[in-house]
Design a protein around this ligand. Structure first.
Ligand code: HEC
Length: 111
């Protein structure tokens, strides 16, 4: 009986850890980008319909005003900076301003 009680409490503890972890898991920037549809056109290092995150980071890394400009282009759409293919606008309904900022900071850190 003692042994069974221990097993039960271990199971409860394990379940608590699993569900607890799921509840506090905040989406990573990569997950946010996928959810917002960015990943349809952007990949970390390979060129897709859009430039790779690496290419974008190389162009803007260390420039103070860049994140705000980049966010504005994601919102309004953009063409002609990296090539002839346009980026379609992404409205706040697809990704909040705060989450977009996280994604852009993450893009800029692409090694
Ligand atoms: C339909 C394909 C497509 C989607 C979806 C898309 N992009 Fe783009 N993105 C592009 C293209 C193409 C460019 C290059 C535009 C240019 O040359 O002006 C670009 C450029 C960018 C740039 C560089 C902007 C600059 O200031 O030069 C950033 C940052 C960016 N995308 C982030 C995102 C993020 C974040 C998302 C999701 C919220 C997203 N993109 C969704 C195609 C896309």
């Amino acid at each position: 009986m003692e042994r069974m009680n221990r097993t039960v409490s271990h199971l409860a503890l394990a379940a608590g850890l699993v569900f607890g972890a799921a509840a506090v898991h905040a989406a990573t920037p990569a997950e946010l980008a996928t959810k917002a549809g960015c990943a349809v056109c952007h990949q970390p290092t390979a060129k897709g319909l859009g430039p790779s995150y690496q290419e974008i980071a190389k162009k803007y890394k260390g420039q103070a005003g860049a994140p705000a400009l980049m966010a504005e282009r994601v919102r309004k759409g953009s063409v002609g900076i990296f090539g002839k293919l346009p980026m379609t606008p992404t409205p706040p309904a697809r990704i909040s301003d705060a989450d977009l900022k996280l994604v852009i900071d993450w893009i800029l850190k692409t090694p």
